[in-house]
Write a protein that binds this ligand. Structure first.
Ligand SMILES: Cc1cc2nc3c(=O)[nH]c(=O)nc-3n(C[C@H](O)[C@H](O)[C@H](O)COP(=O)(O)OP(=O)(O)OC[C@H]3O[C@@H](n4cnc5c(N)ncnc54)[C@H](O)[C@@H]3O)c2cc1C
Length: 387
């Protein structure tokens, strides 16, 4: 049963819903009910301690917090301390391992050169000019080749892209990528944001802190459809589920990519030497593997065993968990139609987050957007109180 005077219902106990619930409870002093159809809070950021090894695993793939937005860093730091972890990603290609994104170390290793920083740009431009066909690139392959040249494209982009999208890059639109920066130094940090790190006690503890306010009630294992008919008319619904599902798939399904993880406990103290190892070659069916203990070097070796999860990408079918939106003009126009339908038929439902917005959003952008939306809700609430 839902309280008849409920003013705020948050659908989805992920980061977007969590920030909104916390703000409504702490800054407006209002009760808020949060539901999630999964059995846990945290959404895709969820981490848990593996009972066999004590290693913290990320249930939906490695999540590293990073941001350049001061208010977001200040906000999330209220709920956890962060370790100074700096994320590195390596890519295996034909039995050799290169640092990613492509920078001076990767270029020099790949070509067997010893270029200096001031020589890299010119070198890549000559490589690109030697490979490009001239004219406007018509697809992702032509675009990538025009940016970095064919050898780097064939090594690091072609196979990985094919595995990720199950399509040849020649069949994908060119605007999936706008730039492929090749770094002209030996910095191998994956992210360049000034604030980066891992929640010291894990994401689960961070979400527990986010939901700690007694004005917040969290009910897991409960889907929106189960209660949609009982929502009080004056209740604002902040919805971070899929848009098409909310609208009963009236215009058809939005397209998503899904992921599958195969997790193994291995009898090694260290199996791959880093948290994330990409597999660039198409013959290896997984796109990357995650060795979670490397996300927390401050915890020491964490025993003589390790956990590695291999990540496989596939089309999202009914019943699969959606991960990445497929950003085609058709899907964008479909989501526009769903938004218009929602505004007309369900004006008190506000969609957002990665599913409700049908966009890939990093965690910091998710927090930023939720904070913006909260300011709109606060202004509306103070208008209603004055009226
Ligand atoms: C593989 C992968 C790796 C990533 N790595 C990073 C990273 O390293 N750094 C970073 O900044 N970002 C990363 N992200 C992005 C990050 O996951 C998102 O920013 C974040 O999860 C968005 O939060 P959200 O609340 O919008 O969505 P979610 O976390 O998906 O939460 C939405 C919740 O709503 C629930 N829900 C959906 N529909 C319903 C319904 N009808 N009824 C009830 N509940 C419902 C879902 O069960 C889910 O728990 C990654 C994303 C992916 C896919």
């Amino acid at each position: 049963m839902l309280p008849r005077d409920l003013k705020y219902l948050v659908v989805g106990a992920g980061l977007w819903g969590g920030v909104l619930a916390e703000r409504i409870a702490s800054a407006l002093g209002e009760r808020v009910l949060v539901i999630d159809r999964r059995a846990h809070t945290g959404g895709n950021c969820r981490s848990f301690i593996d009972p066999d090894t004590g290693i913290e695993c990320h249930a939906y793939g490695t999540h590293v917090f990073h941001t350049a937005i001061p208010r977001v860093w200040e906000y999330v730091s209220r709920f956890t301390r962060f370790t100074p972890y700096r994320h590195k990603v390596l890519t295996e290609h034909r039995g050799r391992v290169y640092p990613m994104p492509v920078g001076l170390a990767a270029v020099n290793m790949f070509y067997g050169l010893n270029l200096r920083p001031y020589e890299v740009d010119g070198f890549i431009r000559r490589e690109a000019a030697a490979s490009a066909g001239g004219g406007e690139p018509a697809n992702l392959e032509e675009k990538a080749v025009s940016l970095v040249g064919r050898p780097l494209y064939e090594a690091f982009i072609k196979g990985y892209t094919r595995k990720q999208w199950e399509k040849d890059p020649g069949e994908l639109p060119p605007d999936i990528i706008t730039r492929l920066p090749v770094r002209a130094d030996y910095n191998t940090d994956y992210f360049s944001d000034p604030w980066q790190g891992m929640p010291e006690r894990g994401y689960a503890a961070m979400f527990d802190a986010l939901f700690r306010n007694p004005l917040i009630e969290v009910r897991t294992g409960l889907a929106y459809a189960d209660i949609a008919g009982n929502i009080p008319p004056a209740c604002t619904v902040l919805y971070s589920g899929p848009l098409d599902e909310l609208c009963g798939y009236a215009f058809g399904a939005l397209e998503w990519r899904a992921l599958r993880f195969e997790r193994d406990i291995l009898p090694y103290r260290d199996a791959q030497g880093t948290a994330v190892l990409n597999q660039a070659d198409v013959e290896i069916p997984w796109t990357r593997s995650h060795e979670f203990k490397h996300l927390h070097p401050e915890r020491g070796p964490q025993g003589n065993r390790t956990i590695v999860a291999r990540e496989y990408s596939h089309a999202c079918l009914k019943g699969d968990e959606p991960y990445y939106p497929v950003n085609t003009p058709e899907n964008q126009s479909l989501q526009g139609r769903y938004r218009a339908l929602l505004a007309e038929k369900m004006p008190r439902v506000v969609p957002g987050g990665r599913l409700g917005g049908y966009r890939y959003l990093d965690m910091d952008k998710t927090v930023d957007e939720a904070l913006d939306l909260f300011e709109t809700l606060r202004a509306r609430a103070s208008g209603e109180n004055c009226a």
